[in-house]
Design a protein around this ligand. Structure first.
Ligand SMILES: Nc1ncnc2c1ncn2[C@@H]1O[C@H](COP(=O)(O)OP(=O)(O)O)[C@@H](O)[C@H]1O
Ligand SMILES: [Mg+2]
Length: 485
């Protein structure tokens, strides 16, 4: 039909006819796009119950491969088609994840259902014939949430929520919540339980203010259809591979979506009870600066310090910034260098670090040392020893305190898991190796009032003894011995 119109249009080119025909083509195109998709035809019942949940704030705390991202894709398309000229938003930690995971799913659904949206690869945006748009984006740190301000949103999914740091709260409270008001929009956090039940996502899954959904990996019937293997068979294989039983925390978290503490998986043995500090002690400080240069990730700088006669190292200052230029980074290093006069500045030679180190040396005359990267696991163990003993403390509200509880080992533990990347933990790791706190001789512990009184009594006794011995002329040796004790 369209080709017939086109033929007709070609042979009778006059401007007003041309305009009319264009309008007719637009109309037909719009009419040919389905007005909605029937979620029940595409999703399994647990996915449908979340999508149809009328609550404004919802969570889905689910195992891996349980259909979270696919559900986001179907629901976002459904809401974009249901109402003209609205904006739907998919946010995950990194834009590259959005591009790799949900973007191809959205394109496949649009192609299969002949939805024909305008595709904008640069912005990862799909605009439908009714004017509604779906944006896919990443928000890997606080600075990135600014780009979502001022939108009027009808449906927002934040996927892999367990990997977001505490700025997730700010994102929702300051940016998303006001944006939902125009259209009575919805916001859903999806994710898998993390190794430590902490953080905004954990709290939301336990809160009555959110409508919480849970299902086991068994619910995703599509996985069985695709793989040809039952959930039970895949689970049995995994238990065998890992050499564990079904109660193992990793299995409970990743196959059943249950929050279970799994201290072994945490790379850094940070324990808030022992390692948080709220204020810094007075004294003569020594400093070391550790720098992790990001290529795709953020740059991170950690200032570590300890006071004379103490073996406790403090993460005194943390600085993390994404997408900054070399000059900006060098200026920041120089500022911190002037402020702290560190004993040394140590920097990761990867990710362009070598070049920047040379720049800092040549242009800014700062002495930079290269961090030894090959023995990373040994250094992690050293740092963990200090954490366990309470010899490394970090600001309770700082990024190191948060991140060090989220970095996990792959199973088996020879590789860091790549679902969460922390820049600040690397900066602390590089700096910590250069700290010489372990050479300090701690001062004797301060004495209690009772001990001081006992000391006074001993001094009086000593004076009496001295007098007696003076009289005898033989006191000196014994007096010295007594004083040495
Ligand atoms: N409604 C669905 N229709 C078709 N396939 C689905 C559906 N839900 C999940 N799947 C399939 O299950 C697998 C895991 O889904 P995914 O959404 O990636 O899970 P998660 O995000 O929880 O890891 C994928 O192969 C996906 O295609
Ligand atoms: Mg997913």
């Amino acid at each position: 039909m369209l080709s017939t119109i086109y033929q007709y249009w070609r042979i009778s080119l006059n401007p007003s006819r041309l305009k009319k025909l264009k309008l007719e083509l637009e109309k037909r195109k719009l009419a040919s796009v389905p007005k909605s998709i029937q979620i029940k035809d595409f999703c399994f019942p647990e996915q449908v119950s979340l999508i149809e949940d009328v609550a404004r704030y919802r969570t889905a705390c689910l195992p891996r491969r349980s259909g979270k991202t696919t559900m986001c894709a179907f629901d976002l398309i459904r809401s974009a088609l249901a109402r003209p000229n609205v904006v739907c938003l998919y946010i995950t930690l990194a834009r590259s994840n959005a591009k790799r995971l949900i973007w191809p799913m959205l394109l496949t659904i649009c192609r299969d259902q002949k939805l024909g949206p305008k595709i904008n690869e640069t912005d990862l945006a799909l605009t439908f014939a009714n004017g509604s748009t779906i944006y896919c984006s990443g928000a890997k740190d606080r600075t990135e949430i600014e780009k979502f301000r001022g939108l009027a949103l009808v449906n927002v999914y934040i996927d892999e929520s367990q990997s977001f740091r505490d700025y997730l709260g700010e994102l929702i409270d300051d940016v998303i919540a006001p944006a939902l008001r125009d259209y009575n929009g919805k916001c859903t956090l999806t994710g898998t339980p993390g190794p430590i039940p902490k953080g905004y996502f954990y709290r939301a899954t336990q809160s009555k203010a959110w409508s919480n959904h849970f299902w086991s990996g068994r619910a995703n019937v599509f996985l069985e259809q695709k793989s040809g293997e039952t959930f039970e068979k895949q689970l049995a294989d995994e238990l065998l591979r890992m050499g564990v039983t079904v109660d193992h925390p990793t299995i409970q978290r990743e196959w059943f979506g249950q929050w279970r503490v799994d201290t072994d998986k945490a790379v850094f043995k940070y324990n808030a009870d022992i390692n948080d500090y709220h204020s810094l002690p007075l004294g003569k400080w020594n400093y070391v600066i550790g720098i992790d240069v990001g290529y795709e990730d953020s740059d991170a700088i950690a200032v570590l310090g300890w006071v004379d006669n103490s073996r406790v190292v403090y993460v005194v200052e943390e600085y993390v910034k994404s997408k900054q230029g070399v000059t900006e980074l060098c200026e920041k290093v120089r500022e911190l260098y002037n402020q702290y006069s560190p004993r040394c500045v140590v920097m990761d030679p990867g990710g362009g670090g070598r070049k920047i180190a040379a720049e800092l040396g040549d242009r800014y005359s700062l002495p930079i040392e290269s961090a030894e990267k090959t023995r990373k696991f040994e250094f992690i163990e050293l740092l963990n020893d200090a954490l366990r003993r309470g010899d490394l403390l970090a600001k309770a509200t700082g990024q190191f305190a948060q991140d060090s509880q989220m970095v996990e080992w792959e199973t088996p533990m020879v590789k860091l898991k790549n679902n969460f990347h922390s820049d600040i933990t690397d900066a602390v790791l590089y700096g910590f190796r250069e700290c010489l706190h372990w050479l300090e001789k701690p001062l004797p512990a301060k004495k209690s009032a009772a001990e001081l009184i006992a000391d006074d009594e001993a001094t009086m006794e000593l004076a009496a003894l001295k007098r007696t011995k003076e009289e005898r002329g033989v006191y000196e040796d014994e007096y010295d011995n007594y004083n040495d004790v």
